[in-house]
Each structure stands twice: as structure tokens, then as C-alpha cells.
Design a protein around this ligand. Structure first.
Ligand SMILES: C[S@@+](CC[C@H](N)C(=O)[O-])C[C@H]1O[C@@H](n2cnc3c(N)ncnc32)[C@H](O)[C@@H]1O
Length: 311
């Protein structure tokens, strides 16, 4: 017989107890990987969620939501994946709507929300299928009322779920359907260079259209390396979001390493480790990227009425 454990609401420290300087000023480095990603999800998320190739750390989603909006706020994720941000938002008493292009992740996100959210909390979160660039039409009458958009865009995804048992039995190391997104070209995970920049510019314009004046946009990206060069996704995000009309408020480092006895213990994926090892063998002085970039923006009031209302 299977034992069913009820997922417990996470314990997110209230803002006042989050890491601060000795003067009481909040720190811009968040240690969100004291526990591994697997441990953060264990017993809470459906095990099938492991099949998605690029999920947000639950502790990072919680930290962003607790920091940048109040209970009762409306949170939107236009690139929602398996719905980490939606589940964590609902557990923190926010209302959440996610949009995801791929039907398989929409189904998994909905099943995961059913699994994680009990009673009235389930009504707080929903996932809709669509293209993030159509966000205003997808949100309908919620447009202009969103308090926080929190999201992590796909980029050049090439990490898959490791199935060690299958591998030891002579099979593949990774189930092929976990290695990347679908072949749908509308999936921004396939866009590169200028095509990626112009697609993400449309996404940020759509986010701007749905946020209320003063609402926040928080984007999580990770700088990657290709052919020996670093791709500065955080820098590109700042450029694109400011061009879409956002004010750039700041940058937080989400540390993907545990702090143990004053040392950093990295939490790299198998793929990252392999990539860096190969780069160093080629003579490239690569390092493990042990953080994600959290860039924070606000949607200023633009019309005369919005400016007057904000006073
Ligand atoms: C980095 S993942 C986000 C994962 C999510 N934060 C989570 O924890 O599950 C990006 C997601 O964007 C989706 N996506 C890509 N292009 C999209 C588009 N045009 N519209 C909506 N979703 C899209 C991908 O299928 C993928 O699930």
C-alpha cells in the first residue's frame, strides 16, 4: 500500500527574519540552496515534476513572492512550466495565474496544484495554456490588475532528468522527453540570439500591459556558456525590460550553493559539472556558475490618470 503524505505549507521566514546586514539592511544575496532542489520538492511536489528540464527552486520562488508582494496579491507567471511559482504563491496566500505553451506541462502543473494545495488554497492558483506573448488576451479582465509577475525564461535548455537505474541497466542516462522542450518553434527555449531577444521583448511588453502601475516584474535567469563565451542573460534582461518601459530597481544574487562552516558547497547539475570540466580541458578558464540572477523592475505609472491615482 502506498503511504500518502500531505504536503505541508513551507516555512518561509517573514521578511524581518530574512538575512540582513548587521545594520538591519536586507542582503542582496539569497542563500536559497541550503537544501538541494530535490529535497526542497520531496514530499511536496509530484515526483513527475522531475521530468521538466528547467524548474525554479521552490525556496527562490517563495523568497521572491514574500519579498515583492503582500498576501492577497495577484501573481502571474507567463512561462509557468510545472507551476512552481503558482504553488508557492498559493501556499503564501496569494492568488496566482500561470501561462504555459506546452500541453504536457500544463497538465502536470494542474495535477501538481491538485496535489499540493488543499481545500480553499486550490482555488487560489490556476494554469492556462497559451503563448506568453498573448498574455493580455489570456488574462482578460485581470489585465492591469496584476501586482507581481515572476518568471524564469527558457534558454538553450540541454539538461535532462538523470535516470541512474535505467543507465545501470544498460539504458539511456536521460529519458529523451526530459532533455528539452517540444519541437514547437513557438517554444522560446529554441530561440537564439536576435530571435530570442525579439521574442522576449514581446513577452516583457505583454507583462507591462498586464501589471498595475507600481506592480513588479521579477525575472530569474542564469548566465550560461556556449563555445567558451558567457551569455549575459541578466544584462540582456535589463536591456529588454527597460526598453519595454520598466524601471530597473535592482539585482539579487540567488546563491545555488550551500553555506557550510563558512565554505560554499556548490550544487551544480551533472551537466554543468561536465561542461566546465570539458571547458577546462580545452584550456578555457571556466568556473561553475553557482548563482542565478534575480532582476527586479517596477511598472511606472504612465498615463496622466495613473500618475494622479499614484499620488
Ligand atoms: C525555465 S521554464 C520555467 C519553469 C518554471 N519556473 C517552473 O518552475 O516550473 C520556461 C517555461 O516556458 C515555457 N515556454 C516557452 N516558450 C513559451 C511561450 N511562448 N509561451 C508560454 N510558455 C512558454 C517552456 O515550455 C517552459 O516550461
Amino acid at each position: 500500500m502506498t503511504t500518502i503524505t500531505t504536503p505541508q505549507p513551507p516555512t518561509t521566514p517573514p521578511r524581518s527574519t530574512q538575512p540582513r546586514s548587521p545594520e538591519g539592511v536586507p542582503l542582496a544575496v539569497w542563500p536559497v540552496a541550503q537544501r538541494t532542489a530535490q529535497w526542497q520538492r520531496a514530499g511536496r511536489y509530484l515526483p513527475e515534476c522531475a521530468r521538466h528540464p528547467g524548474k525554479m527552486l521552490p525556496e527562490l520562488a517563495r523568497r521572491i513572492i514574500a519579498e515583492y508582494c503582500e498576501p492577497g496579491a495577484l501573481v502571474v507567471d507567463p512561462l509557468a512550466g510545472i507551476g512552481t511559482t503558482l504553488a508557492e504563491a498559493a501556499l503564501l496566500e496569494r492568488r496566482a495565474v500561470g501561462v504555459e505553451l506546452e500541453a504536457r506541462w500544463v497538465r502536470l502543473a494542474a495535477a501538481n496544484l491538485d496535489h499540493m494545495l488543499e481545500g480553499g488554497r486550490r482555488d487560489l492558483a490556476e494554469i492556462r495554456r497559451g503563448d506568453a506573448r498573448d498574455l493580455p488576451a489570456i488574462l482578460g479582465d485581470l489585465c492591469g490588475r496584476v501586482d507581481l509577475v515572476v518568471t524564469s525564461p527558457p534558454y538553450a535548455c540541454d539538461a535532462g532528468m538523470i535516470d541512474k537505474q535505467a543507465w545501470l541497466a544498460g539504458g539511456r542516462l536521460c529519458p529523451p522527453d526530459t532533455l528539452n522542450y517540444s519541437t514547437d518553434r513557438a517554444n522560446l527555449g529554441h530561440a537564439r540570439g536576435p530571435a530570442y531577444a525579439s521574442a522576449m521583448a514581446e513577452v516583457y511588453a505583454a507583462c507591462h500591459a498586464v501589471l498595475r502601475p507600481g506592480g513588479r516584474l521579477v525575472v530569474v535567469t542564469k548566465n550560461t556558456r556556449r563555445k567558451g563565451r558567457t551569455l549575459d542573460l541578466a544584462g540582456l534582461t535589463v536591456t529588454l525590460a527597460t526598453q519595454a518601459g520598466f524601471a530597473y530597481l535592482g539585482h539579487v544574487i540567488a546563491l545555488h550553493a550551500a553555506i557550510r562552516d563558512g565554505d560554499l558547497v556548490a550544487r551544480p547539475s551533472y551537466w554543468q559539472t561536465v561542461q566546465v570540466r570539458h571547458a577546462r580541458e580545452r584550456g578555457e578558464p571556466a568556473h561553475l556558475v553557482a548563482h542565478e540572477d534575480v532582476t527586479v523592475f517596477s511598472r511606472p505609472a504612465t498615463t496622466l490618470k495613473e500618475i494622479a491615482d499614484a499620488r
